[in-house]
Design a protein around this ligand. Sequence first.
Ligand code: NAI
Ligand code: MG
Length: 347
Amino acid sequence: MSRSIDLAVIPGDGIGQEVVSEGLKVLSAVLPQDVKLETKEYDFGARRYHATGETLTDADLDALKQHDAILLGAIGDPSVPSGVLERGFLLKLRFAFDHHVNLRPSKLLPGVATPLAGQPEIDFVVVREGTEGPYTGNGGTIRKGTEHEVATEVSVNTAFGVERVVRDAFARAQARPRKKLTLVHKNNVLTFAGHLWTNIFNKVAQEFPEVSTDYIHVDAATIYLVTDPARFDVIVTDNLFGDIITDLAAAVSGGIGVAASGNINPSREFPSMFEPVHGSAPDIAGQGKADPTATVLSVALLLRHLGYDGEADRIDAAVTADLTERAALGARSTSQIGDALAARVAG
Ligand code: NAI
Ligand code: MG
């Protein structure tokens, strides 16, 4: 295991700045003395766009490529036209660095409120395909602006792309105690893509005899995520279905303040990127109100990806302890929560 971490840090816009500071605070606190942490900050997002018109250049990609991993806050601001930063930065980076595994754990931690009745057991991980489906920009418009406008947005599914993400999900299921993997798709209606996914899922399943498998249509999955979330352990699904069900998963398991994610390149050809699921929250930016917990949990995912499992476990434990006591602690600022978590992981 390498005893140094070379991290690219992209605070981005709005509360991204505030939560990333706290994530780095906890990261520094958890690492043992002999691990050298180097960070380089990059100024991407709205400021850069307004100043230069650039979102993410080839030179930026070359620079980012040199790092072991990337920690991102959030990118997006009301002053930038919708889609410019999403496509020009977030999607561009995911595609350029082949982040084909979008990892989103959902765990209902003690002390965290859920809108669901009772306090159900929620502890599952969604493995969302990140580079294909309808998000590739494979489409177009003709007769634009007329009553006869035509728009296509083609869902791209390759055997190569499906197999590598399905294989990753099986390996993750194999490593968890319950060893259960659910494929979520809509193979009764989207039969071409659906059969590709189902056939590859069933083929790869033979290599993982210990993993029990299940299939659920995406619409039914939204029901079970609300009525019976305990049935899920690992879910694998395509880019669009994954985008939707992970927001629902975040909502039922304690909300956006605690939802972490990783954009992972499992081959490690490019650095993986870790970020809270939430955006830049312009409504509370600059007020010290943002909950940094989702970013801190994303730092734990980052450490796990780099092989620092013990440190990641300590962060997870610190977050669990902090959340358990949170109700009794009253309102705390972003940096107060970060200080408390840093103190716990160091102690
Ligand atoms: P958002 O996640 O920024 O905010 C939604 C609501 O959740 C707001 O009321 C906000 O105050 C609250 N919230 C979010 N994070 C919070 C935290 N850590 N603690 C406490 N409250 C929190 O989503 P919204 O408003 O749709 O998007 C704002 C901007 O962020 C847009 O420009 C959007 O494109 C961008 N965005 C960027 C993402 C990324 O960088 N990966 C992901 C999602 C949105
Ligand atoms: Mg989303």
